[in-house]
Ligand binder design. Structure first.
Ligand code: IPM
Ligand code: MN
Length: 361
């Protein structure tokens, strides 16, 4: 008999409601592992605002080298009301994305059954696409600075940077993903070629060169980012897979989260697809401090992040069971996805999903 597979997972609960939703995510992951005959060895890390306030250190110097020893990272949320904005976001989240070279941020936008979307007349068959956001370059690269700070002459620059290498590896992932998803086999480049002519000129040339050469089976589309936000609302069914830069990807995926029913359900993966790459999965909603410890926050986004983690680890059947369980819970149980209005507590929602996974055929 084949040896039982085993995965080492680093768990970063983080701030606010992060630990609560991660606990439910882990509950569901363990149910899936038991069912599908693999084991998960979990190791907790206390990175986050409380640790920073206690120790003055945002992240230990060896954090990335420690985390590189794991098969994947499961993250709750980063962001603390007593810490100035930017410190934890840059010092933990962005630093890990960069140091672990998680150059893809994968964000599915899927309306589950029974979930209310603010888009009138659209249902689950219309809202089901995936955004592939580049995750290491653009204005996020940190190139720039200020001159004469605090004076009337102040100058500030923050340069958006793209390398051909960085664009190509992101496009390759997006094309491969579109092929594997095998839905409409359509990849839309979202850019701004009418103004950011250098940046998105590079993206556009690389997109078509790669498509012509290696992906004749994938239909290519292009949309400006401003028009993309319009189509998300007006005709979300036009999209299958979207590939875009880091900054635009950040913005359009918050809109994407809203049309799929809100932050309670939106999950993402920071993925390093290279051999041996360590990826990090997170609910994208943030730490929601006002709900901390109340057992009212919706854990489905964290549970969906766990599902994405299993998919990336190659446990496709286990991941599919979790997805089905989420759909059953939204479709037949929850009154709303909003915190405190679900009709169930955080832990009860975790129990419902875990039970469905355990009972899955
Ligand atoms: C996200 C967040 C982060 C980003 C912040 C917290 C740095 O908004 O994951 O989308 O801008 O990438
Ligand atoms: Mn964001």
């Amino acid at each position: 008999m084949a040896e039982k597979k085993s995965y080492n997972i680093a768990v970063l609960g983080g701030d606010g409601t992060g630990p609560e939703v991660v606990r439910e995510g882990v509950k569901v992951l363990q149910a899936a592992a038991a069912k599908h005959n693999f084991t998960l060895n979990l190791t907790d890390f206390d990175f986050g605002g409380d640790r920073y306030l206690r120790t003055g250190e945002v992240l230990p110097a060896n954090a990335s080298s420690e985390l590189r020893k794991f098969n994947a990272i499961f993250l709750g949320a980063i962001g603390h009301p007593d810490v100035k904005p930017g410190i934890l976001e840059k010092g933990i989240l962005l630093r890990l994305r960069f140091e672990l070279d998680q150059y893809i941020n994968l964000r599915p936008v899927k309306l589950y059954p029974g979930v209310e979307t603010p888009i009138k007349g659209k249902g689950p068959e219309d809202i089901d696409f995936v955004v592939v956001r580049e995750n290491t370059q653009d204005a996020y690269a940190g190139m720039g600075g200020v001159l004469h700070e605090g004076t009337p002459q102040e100058v500030a620059t923050q340069t958006a940077v793209y390398t051909r290498f960085g664009v190509d590896r992101c496009l390759k992932y997006a094309f491969d993903y579109t092929r594997k998803r095998n839905r409409r086999k359509q990849l839309t480049l979202c850019g701004k070629t009418n103004v950011l002519t250098y940046l998105y000129g590079l993206w556009e040339r690389a997109f078509h060169e790669m498509g012509d050469k290696d992906y004749p089976d994938i239909k290519r589309e292009y949309a400006h980012v401003d028009a993309t936000t319009m189509w998300f609302v007006k005709n979300p069914e036009w999209f299958d897979v979207i590939v875009t830069g880091n900054m635009f990807g950040d913005i359009i995926t918050d809109l994407g989260a809203m049309i799929q029913g809100g932050m309670g359900i939106a999950a993402g993966g920071n993925i390093n697809p290279d051999p041996g790459g360590v990826s990090m999965f997170e609910p994208i909603g943030g730490s929601a401090p006002k709900y901390t410890g109340k057992n009212v926050i919706n854990p489905l986004a964290a549970i969906a992040a766990g599902q994405m983690m299993l998919e990336t680890l190659g446990e496709d059947k286990a991941a599919a069971d979790i997805e089905q369980a989420i759909a059953t819970v939204t479709g037949t149980k929850l009154k709303s996805l909003a915190a405190g209005k679900m009709g169930y507590s955080t832990t009860e929602v975790g129990d419902l999903v875990a039970q469905l996974v355990a009972d899955a055929k």
